[in-house]
Design a protein around this ligand. Structure first.
Ligand code: GFB
Length: 312
């Protein structure tokens, strides 16, 4: 990728896309192109085809997706499947038709079977049943991987895929129903501290284990793969370390400075018991994460405080 190449970041207003734009600009890439969803509806095949024909990007980061936490995935099951399938199919097909040099598709750790051995190796894809709460999203993301593989094998396109673990960072979604666990806990503990509430409700049993990667580390890994990796095999992106949701809640509570109790609402689902990435392929390629979880939560809480009026 040369500094003057035209690079399209799909989904630049989201947490991942905005981190990608920051990372590309910091590395000196001069022509990053973006469109908001009101300027370009990525579910609209004709609109996406026109955009690619007009702009002719050289490189594409496919970070646009309908995303959310366990409740949103389980509730908006049709939207998570339909929107994500259309976004991926339209962008990948237009990238092929317009001879895009290289495309990177972003998947998710939820593509792996619910009860896969841990840590999750890339070859465990499609070796068992998916977790029910996020099956539609996972099916859409698996389809994205398979589209990249199929366009590579049939048409010779250099389309690669990266599977990030659970992410957090600036521009996350802080909606208490729809968000992922980490932003939800930051907001809940902060609001409880400000209003002197005696307890905070946390979902599930606290026993599931999750791995968390800062969005800036993910963006750095994606740019690294775009610059160096040209293989059909997709690559896990994570830290290789996980915590229980109870440990995470204690860490966020301490960072925010809330002094009350945690109350576990076991009517809410736990989801997958454990999702820990095997990151040996990524490490062998020469990339490792920089931000440890404690530091990342501290900077993310600061970012939340600085942008509360936008996030809440
Ligand atoms: O982050 P999260 O919503 O998604 O939930 P998943 C992780 C765990 O945190 C679950 C618990 O066991 C939740 O029950 N949890 C505790 C909470 N308190 C809360 C809370 O206040 N809000 C939320 N949201 N969770 C998603 C998938 O799974 O992960 C997506 O649904 C995607 O498809 C994404 O793969 C990365 O890690 O369970």
């Amino acid at each position: 990728m040369r500094k003057q190449d035209k690079i399209y970041v799909a989904g630049h207003r989201g947490m991942v896309g905005s981190a990608l734009v920051r990372s590309l600009q910091a590395k000196g890439y001069q022509q990053v192109i973006t469109r908001t969803s009101s300027e370009l509806d990525l579910r609209n095949q004709a609109a996406v085809a026109d955009f690619f024909a007009d702009e002719k990007p050289d490189y594409v980061f496919l970070a646009a997706a309908k995303v959310g936490g366990i409740w949103a995935n389980n509730t908006y099951r049709a939207d998570f499947l339909y929107d994500n399938l259309l976004i991926e199919a339209n962008i990948i097909h237009s990238a092929y038709q317009n001879r895009v040099e290289k495309l990177l598709f972003l998947g998710s750790s939820c593509i792996y079977p619910k009860l896969a051995p841990q840590p999750l190796k890339e070859e465990y894809l499609l070796s068992g049943y998916l977790e029910a709460t996020n099956e539609p999203y996972a099916i859409a993301k698996i389809t994205g991987i398979k589209l990249c593989e199929a366009y590579r094998s049939q048409y010779g396109c250099n389309f690669i895929s990266a599977m990030p673990t659970n992410l957090y960072g600036p521009n996350d979604n802080y909606d208490l129903q729809g968000s992922h666990v980490l932003p939800a806990l930051i907001r809940k503990f902060h609001e409880a501290k400000i209003s002197n509430q005696p307890f905070v409700e946390v979902w599930g049993t606290g026993s599931p284990r999750r791995e968390f990667l800062h969005a800036d580390d993910l963006a750095d890994a994606c740019v690294f793969l775009m610059e160096t990796y040209n293989d059909e095999l997709f690559v896990n992106i994570g830290t290789g370390e996980d915590v229980t949701i109870r440990e995470l809640a204690e860490l966020v509570k301490e960072t925010v400075g809330f002094e009350g109790e945690l109350r576990w609402n076991t009517d809410k689902p736990d989801g997958t018991p454990r999702k820990l990435m095997d990151v040996s392929r990524l490490h062998t390629l020469g990339w490792q994460h920089q931000t440890d979880l404690k530091t990342g939560i501290t900077t993310t809480y600061q970012d939340f405080l600085n942008h509360q009026e936008v996030y809440v």
